[in-house]
Write a protein that binds this ligand. Structure first.
Ligand code: DMJ
Length: 915
């Protein structure tokens, strides 16, 4: 190894050929030495305040874990809105997301080492006993190899690592005899058949009981996998090999990594998002640091730290150099094409890339880490959470947020590296937002739409594995943790593996090192392992000065202002590219530019391609923008107090909730329940929000009938039993084709599952008050004072027990009660003249990819100087290089558009590849 393997930036001398344990430890220590030097910027946080926040994190964990154990265990995950366990096969399929669920008590296993970090040793001991007693790894269920590795194998190994640590301390776990490790080994062998490909890249899925490719396995026909899926195994597999001495696991994981390295695009040194596991061809050639690739990079660097193998560092540094050259466009990280890395592949970023600043800290490249983290924080400040995807001008592109931990992870590592109390304040905002917007009586619910504040019945296991660990560690002093966290490395799921593995059972690494010895390029280490004393020696405000210009970047962003402008083209005075949003068919200059596209320089070629892409995106966006955004139904009465927010479909008639104050009222079921004739119970719905069942007549007719009965609003509940906004695109209710101006009350649509939450609440509490709005409102302070917000054994749990037990019936009439209304009232057989409301329902697709429905950000703020300069240039300068042709010169525009359409569809598949 070269001396550069040490920590040049650390300021401590590293021996020329240090033993690996020292290198690994030193890498980790670089983070330690960097702490506590911050003296200016954000005000320091007192020990009391830190302890208060740490305790708040503990209480939140208890709320999440306690509700899982009480209401969901042994199921894989908690469904926090309906307060029950998610059992695969018993709920409507959510597609790939469900591949993490193997009927192996996923959340319990993923939480094991969190319990120890949070100093809950007794609970850990109980949890390990439960895993050993209850968990079966031999279920006939097809699971994701990637998710099972990072969550279950990683969870078992993290649990084992801390179990042996505790045992050695002599107080807890004295009975423990490597049982978790034996389970991990059993699971490791179950995953191995997935690697039976000529490339050595694993199949994406495997049947835990039957393996792969046998008929009963129901899997093994896949041809593609994501890069992260194949490249995120080495830490767990090597740990398994080194703990057990069975070298096969590390060998397989190394082989997959070697193959990916060989397949990198040689001129850009980037990898694509999806690869064919048989041929090694890139299936998707876009490349970023987020979904589909993220943890491949993470594992290269961490494999170097854990295993002390130079080849991993060499690979990481080569990729990192390419990332910083092409993908990093500070403060943005934008996907590019591996073959044309100067060409952006997208105009939006995904939430998974929020881990990257944390990885940059480990690499030692602090400045861009501070920049990207600050940009992400500004997005969070605008939307309370990081939406799954957001555009380069920071509008919501995909509005979900499944309580992802990546931003908390980066916040923790930046605090460790800088000691800047600013990051403690950032963490405080995360805690507040989680409690304010995601906490529900039975746990924490994922956000269905960060714009409306509506919830999804989902609490992923990574929320317990990662979020609470990073938030707790952010505020913990050394003495608050019962072991030395610096002796461990975090896997991508935040499971802890001991660094001493670097010197244990190394035979797999010796036997199977396929990469030739490479003399490391020392310049790569200029950025490695610095600490704040070296980075910011005389200027403790340095980090603040990096953040400051980004403070208003979200509110004042211009759509075009922040995207990279290729310096060479700008300097040479070339014209700025024509952007689709600016194109006017009546402008002769624009038509001229369009004509030239395809017969100009390679830069113009890129502009041409981007133009096509933008045109397609713009037209699909415009189509979507004609549709209304989702609305929220928030239950505000006891014991919900506004904590449960349901995603509701809007109506194209009646009161527009986005323009008017929200409507608040108690709910009452209408009679007849379908609302298709004059109501027989007007006294019951007068002044209330009427519940009506979907079906048998037009939505507008239902609205008129309840309005005539004196209702102040209406909620139409889907009659398709089991339908849910988790699995179906949202509806918007269309009018009846006539003038609907007479309908003055607001109308919202709930799928059956969301509707039954309200119906169950009526059964239990009779008086149920809801708020209909465009966005969930803060909880009512008066109501708040009636509850004990964070008390242990609080009434919240009780309330959700009651909610699901549903003993008391409400009389809703003979034939038409909601309980009986799973009757086939959805009249598929109705004639067109009868006009069932199903016919007037239009899918709004808000579920998958909702565009933000407001003016471009440029109208909110000022454009940058650079943008103005470009604008001026476009008005004064002529285009050049007409004779240089670009690659697709002769390709007809239709075919270019078709190509691009394909690419864009592929981008939209992105989130499917990795959770
Ligand atoms: C986690 O399971 C892991 O962090 C993974 O690498 C990415 N996705 C989730 C959390 O968002």
């Amino acid at each position: 190894m070269s001396e550069a393997g040490g920590c040049r930036g650390c300021g401590s001398p590293v021996p020329q050929r240090a033993p690996w344990s020292l290198v690994a430890t030193t890498a980790a220590l670089c983070l330690v030495t960097a702490t506590s030097v911050w003296t200016a910027g954000a005000a320091p946080m007192s020990r009391e305040e830190k302890q208060k926040l740490g305790n708040q994190v503990l209480e939140m964990f208890d709320h999440a874990y306690g509700n899982y154990m009480e209401h969901a265990y042994p199921a894989d995950e908690l469904m926090p809105l309906t307060c029950r366990g998610r059992v695969r096969g018993q709920e409507p399929s959510r597609g790939d997301v469900d591949d993490a669920l193997g009927k192996f008590s996923l959340t319990l296993i993923d939480s094991l080492d969190t319990l120890v970090v949070l100093n809950k040793t007794k609970e850990f001991e109980d949890a390990v006993r439960k895993v050993l007693r209850d968990v079966n790894l031999d279920n006939d269920v097809v699971v994701s190899v990637f998710e099972t590795n990072i969550r279950v194998l990683g969870g078992l190994l993290g649990g084992h690592s801390l179990a042996i640590m505790l045992k050695e301390k002599g107080e807890h776990m004295q009975w423990y005899n490597d049982e978790l490790l034996q389970m991990a080994k059993q699971l490791g062998y179950k995953l191995l058949p997935a690697f039976n490909t000529t490339s050595g890249l694993p199949y994406p899925r495997i049947n835990l009981k039957f393996g792969i490719r046998k008929p009963e396995a129901r899997t093994g026909t896949e041809t593609d996998t994501c890069t992260a899926c194949a490249g995120t195994l080495i830490l767990e597999f090597a740990a398994l090999s080194r703990f057990t001495g069975a070298t096969i696991f590390e060998e397989y994981a190394r082989k997959a990594l070697d193959f990916l390295w060989e397949k990198r695009q040689r001129s850009s040194n980037l990898v694509g998002v999806t690869i064919n596991i048989h041929t090694g061809d890139w299936v998707r050639k876009d490349s970023g640091v987020g979904a589909g690739i993220d943890s491949y990079y993470e594992y290269l660097l961490k494999a170097y730290v854990l295993l002390g193998d130079d080849s991993f560092l060499e690979r990481f540094n080569t990729h990192y150099d390419a990332i910083m050259r092409y993908i990093s466009q500070p403060p943005l990280l934008l996907d590019v094409h591996i073959h044309k890395p100067m060409l952006n592949a997208r105009t939006w970023m995904d939430a998974l890339l929020a881990f990257f600043p944390g990885l940059q800290v480990l690499k030692g490249d602090i400045r861009p880490a501070i920049e990207t983290h600050e940009m992400l924080y500004q997005v969070i400040k605008k939307h309370n959470f990081l939406p799954e995807a957001f555009t380069t001008d920071f509008r919501v592109h995909w509005a979900q947020h499944p309580l992802r931990p990546e931003f908390a992870e980066s916040t923790y590592f930046l605090y460790k590296a800088t000691g800047d109390p600013y990051y403690l304040e950032v963490g405080k905002t995360l805690i507040e937002n989680l409690n304010k917007y995601a906490r529900v009586p039975c746990g924490f619910a994922a956000m269905k739409d960060v714009r409306t504040g509506s919830h999804e019945d989902r609490m992923d296991s990574f929320f317990l594995a990662e979020m609470f660990k990073y938030l707790y560690l952010l505020y913990a002093d050394k003495e608050d943790i019962i072991f030395d966290i610096e002796d461990y490395i975090f896997t991508t799921e935040a499971h802890l593996l001991p660094l001493w593995l670097s010197t244990t059972n190394q035979s797999a690494s010796k036997k199977n090192t396929t990469s030739e010895y490479i003399e490391l390029d020392d310049s790569n280490f200029d950025w490695t392992c610095p600490n704040t004393q070296i980075l910011f020696p005389n200027d403790p405000l340095y980090a603040q000065s990096i953040r400051e210009p980004l403070k208003n970047v979200v509110d004042k962003s211009c759509p075009r202002g922040i995207i990279r402008v290729r310096e060479e083209s700008f300097r040479s005075g070339a014209k700025p590219p024509l952007r689709a949003r600016d194109f006017m068919a009546t402008n002769p200059e624009h038509l001229e530019i369009l004509k030239k596209m395809g017969a100009a320089s390679s830069i113009d070629a890129e502009d041409g391609l981007r133009f096509m892409q933008e045109m397609i995106e713009l037209s699909s966006q415009q189509q979507k923008e004609q549709q209304l955004p989702p609305r929220a139904v928030q239950i505000v009465s006891h014991p919900f107090f506004g904590r449960v927010v349901l995603t509701a479909g809007p109506a194209q008639f009646g009161l527009d909730l986005s323009k008017h104050k929200e409507t608040r009222g108690f709910v009452a079921s209408s009679k007849p329940y379908n609302g298709c004739s004059e109501l027989t119970n007007p006294e019951a719905v007068m002044g209330k929000i009427a519940l009506i069942q979907r079906g048998q007549c037009m939505f507008a007719e239902k609205a008129r009938n309840i309005q005539n009965a004196g209702a102040i609003g209406g909620i139409v509940i889907d009659d398709n039993e089991g339908s849910s906004s988790d699995t179906a695109p949202l509806f918007q209710m269309a009018g009846d084709g006539k003038d609907t101006d007479d309908i003055k009350i607001p109308m919202l649509f709930l799928f059956s599952k969301e509707g039954s939450i309200i119906l169950d609440a009526i059964r239990e509490y009779e008086e149920v008050e809801v708020l209909l709005s465009d966005k969930a409102k803060d909880r009512d302070p008066e109501m708040e004072s009636e509850e004990q917000p964070f008390s242990e054994n609080d009434s919240q749990n009780q309330s959700t027990d009651q909610l699901t037990s549903g003993s008391q019936e409400v009389d809703l009439g003979d034939q038409e009660s909601p309980e009986e209304s799973s009757l086939n009232s959805h009249p598929e057989s109705l004639s067109a003249a009868a006009a069932d409301d199903a016919a007037s329902v239009s899918p709004s697709e808000q579920n998958s990819n909702p565009p933000e429905n407001h003016e471009p950000a440029s109208l909110d703020g000022e454009c940058t100087d650079l943008d103005n300069q470009l604008q001026e240039q476009s008005e004064t300068e002529e285009d050049s290089n007409p004779n240089v042709s670009w690659g697709k010169k002769d390709q007809p525009i239709d075919s270019i558009l078709a190509d691009w359409n394909e690419d864009i569809e592929a981008f939209e598949m992105m989130e499917k590849d990795e959770l």
